[in-house]
Design a binder for this molecule. Structure first.
Ligand code: SF4
Length: 340
C-alpha cells in the first residue's frame, strides 16, 4: 500500500538518457539519441516530428518491441512504477505489455490476425493476463466492443478482421489495448490510415477512454491538429533528439525551435487562401548521414549560424519550464541530468 502511494506521487513513466542503436551493414547508428522525458499520470503527451525523427523507435524501445538482432536499447533508463523496463527480460516484459502498458498502431490490419475472429483475439488478451473462463472472456469481449462504440457486438465477435471497416478495426484494436485497463497507452499514428470523419470519432473515443480509465497516453503523430485537440504536453523530435518540450498552449502560441516554427507554418489555415501548402525544405538526415557534431537541423534551418555546425545544442529550460535545444536560446538553464 505504502509502495503504491509512493509511486502515485511520481511520474507514471520517466525516460532518462535513452539511446537506441541500430546495426546497419556492421556499423552502429543511434536512432534515438539521449532522450529524456516524463509522462505524468492522467496526461496525454504528444510526440511530433516528420517520419524518420525517431518517434516510433522511441515507443518501440519503451515497449521492448525493437526488431530483434537489429535494434537495441544501448543506454538509458525507462522507469515505470518503480521498475526500470530497460533491465527486464522478455518474459518479465510480457507480463507488463498489454496489462500495464499497451500500444496501438497506425494500421490495425497489421496487428490483427486475419485468420482468427475478433472475439478469439480479444479473449486471448484476457487469457494472457487473467485466470478467466472462456464464457467470461467472451462476455467481457462483447462488453468491451460495446464500450468502444461497436454496434451489434454480439455479432462482431464472430467476424473476421477483413469483414470490418478501417474505423471498426481501429476500434477493435483500441478495445484490445484497453482490455486490461493499462495505466499507459502508446498510440502510434492511430488515425493516420483513416478518413477525416472517422479520425475525429477515434480521437474522441481515445479521449473518453483516457478520462474514464485515468490513463496516460503517449500519442505519436505528425499532425499538429491532433496535438492541439488531444494533448496536454508536447515533445518535438528531430533526427532522434527532442528539440522542444512544453505544454500544448506554449507550443502553439510561442513555438521556439526553428523546426517547430516551420512545422507550424506548414499547417494549412482556414482563413488564408493559398495555391500551394508550404513544406520544410530538405529532408531529415538518414541514420548513416547523421552529423556527428553540431545541430542536426542546421542544413535546413533558416536561422543557422556558423557555430551551429560545430556546437551540439542541449535541451535548455527557461523560467517557465519551456525546454528547447537551439543555440539561439543558449542563455537558458541546461536541463537537469542532460548530457551532450
Ligand atoms: Fe538553427 Fe542553429 Fe538553432 Fe540548430 S542551433 S535550430 S541550426 S539556430
Amino acid at each position: 500500500m505504502e509502495k503504491k502511494r509512493v509511486y502515485e506521487q511520481q511520474p507514471l513513466l520517466e525516460v532518462k538518457n535513452l539511446e537506441t542503436a541500430f546495426d546497419i551493414d556492421g556499423e552502429e547508428y543511434n536512432a534515438v539519441d539521449n532522450v529524456s522525458f516524463k509522462v505524468e499520470r492522467r496526461k496525454i503527451i504528444g510526440v511530433v516530428g516528420e517520419s524518420g525523427c525517431g518517434k516510433s523507435v522511441m515507443s518501440l524501445s519503451i515497449m521492448k518491441l525493437l526488431p530483434k538482432g537489429i535494434g537495441r536499447v544501448k543506454n538509458g533508463e525507462i522507469w515505470f512504477e518503480g521498475t526500470n523496463l530497460a533491465n527486464l527480460s522478455d518474459r518479465e516484459m510480457n507480463k507488463i505489455r498489454g496489462k500495464d502498458i499497451s500500444m496501438i498502431f497506425q494500421e490495425p490490419m497489421t496487428s490483427l490476425n486475419p485468420v482468427f475472429t475478433i472475439g478469439f483475439q480479444l479473449e486471448e488478451v484476457f487469457f494472457n493476463h487473467f485466470k478467466i473462463s472462456k464464457k467470461e472472456a467472451r462476455m467481457k469481449s462483447i462488453s468491451l466492443l460495446k464500450n468502444v462504440g461497436i454496434s451489434r457486438p454480439e455479432k462482431i465477435v464472430d467476424e473476421y478482421p477483413h469483414q470490418l471497416s478501417g474505423g471498426m478495426r481501429q476500434r477493435v484494436m483500441i478495445a484490445m489495448a484497453i482490455a486490461c485497463q493499462p495505466k499507459l497507452l502508446i498510440a502510434d499514428e492511430p488515425t493516420t490510415a483513416l478518413d477525416v470523419t472517422v479520425q475525429a470519432q477515434i480521437l474522441e473515443l481515445l479521449k473518453e477512454i483516457q478520462q474514464m480509465n485515468n490513463m496516460s497516453i503517449i500519442l505519436i503523430t505528425h499532425d499538429l491538429g491532433v496535438v492541439a485537440e488531444m494533448c496536454d504536453e508536447v515533445l518535438v523530435m528531430y533526427a532522434g533528439k527532442i528539440v522542444e518540450r512544453t505544454d500544448v498552449d506554449s507550443l502553439f502560441y510561442n513555438p521556439k525551435h526553428p523546426y517547430t516554427q516551420l512545422l507550424m507554418g506548414a499547417i494549412p489555415r482556414m482563413d488564408e487562401e493559398v495555391d500551394r501548402l508550404s513544406s520544410i525544405k530538405g529532408i531529415v538526415p538518414s541514420l548513416k548521414n547523421m552529423p556527428k557534431v553540431g545541430c542536426r537541423f542546421a542544413n535546413r534551418c533558416p536561422h543557422a549560424m556558423p557555430e551551429c555546425a560545430a556546437v551540439t545544442p542541449l535541451l535548455n529550460e527557461n523560467e517557465t519550464g519551456h525546454e528547447v535545444a537551439c543555440l539561439l536560446y543558449e542563455t537558458s538553464k541546461p536541463k537537469e541530468g542532460m548530457n551532450a
